[in-house]
Design a protein around this ligand. Structure first.
Ligand SMILES: [Zn+2]
Length: 276
């Protein structure tokens, strides 16, 4: 069983990842990563899609149909499934992740930093400003990784989404925020790859030219997935869409834990588990 780091760059559309994130594309070009084009679930909104990514359950079944549904998830998440199997879990993420899997509503003063090994997310650092710098978010994640050695680390940044809302997807600022995230990843990923982590880099949803998401256009639904690790044959698998519901059960397989009954097994091309 390998350790998994899942990185969710909130609000990153597929085409901007391809055009603006040179380091990530370098990993694809040099056969270090498998690249997929994911079609997000609907609605293309954050909280419903955090639930999709972390439980594999679509919003009509989860009841997390809107960003305004503020309550714990009713479904077992990857955090629950991993912790129940004795694995260590950690997250550096937006506070809605704490509201879905730890407790709701979020208390800014007591919930920002949480260490409790009886909870699904055993070690968590949560931010609650959308402009909380990605540099600091990734530093939080690296602190959690170095200090607690989690088997599953969830890293969730917000600056790309925040910039897209302020300036639209067709702006120097939005593309610039993607470049900044790429530069941070260019500093951290070489170390994480060297240490043998399996890495998944994706997004919840994209962004449109009005500075919104929530609808059905390719700009808001098409997001990237890069997969790096011994179980993935590097290459470009973008000819067909990968359904977003494929991600949660994939993480369970990578962690060698049983998927939840609600998760649907969807084949992922290029994924060839190395026999243990
Ligand atoms: Zn947003």
């Amino acid at each position: 069983m390998g350790k998994v780091i899942e990185i969710v760059l909130d609000g990153l559309r597929y085409d901007v990842m391809r055009s603006s994130m040179g380091y990530l594309n370098h990993l694809v070009e040099k056969s270090q990563a498998a690249l997929y084009r994911v079609k997000s679930e609907l609605p293309s909104l954050s909280r419903p899609l955090y639930e999709v990514l972390l439980t594999g359950v679509p919003s009509c079944e989860s009841g997390i149909t809107s960003n305004q549904v503020v309550r714990l998830s009713h479904n077992p998440s990857i955090f629950h499934l991993a912790a129940n199997r004795g694995l260590k879990t950690a997250a550096a993420a937006y506070y809605w992740v704490s509201e879905l899997y730890q407790q709701a509503p979020f208390n800014h003063f007591t919930d920002r930093i949480q260490h409790d090994e009886t909870k699904p997310i055993q070690h968590g650092m949560y931010y609650f400003e959308d402009h909380y710098p990605d540099t600091h978010l990734f530093a939080d994640a690296e602190h959690l990784r170095r200090t607690y050695a989690p088997d599953f680390l969830y890293v969730h940044s917000m600056n790309i989404d925040d910039t897209g809302h302020k300036f639209t997807s067709d702006s120097a600022q939005y593309r610039g925020s993607a470049i900044k995230a790429d530069s941070i990843l260019a500093l951290l990923l070489p170390l994480w790859i060297k240490l043998g982590y399996t890495l998944l880099i994706t997004s919840d949803h994209g962004m449109n030219e009005d500075g919104h998401h929530g609808g059905t256009g390719d700009g808001v639904r098409d997001v990237p997935l890069l997969a790096i690790g011994p179980d993935f044959q590097p290459g470009d698998y973008t000819e067909a869409y990968l359904p977003q519901l494929a991600l949660a059960p994939l993480v369970c397989r990578l962690l060698d834990i049983p998927a939840s009954p609600a998760m649907v097994h969807i084949p992922v091309p290029g994924y060839q588990p190395v026999p243990v």
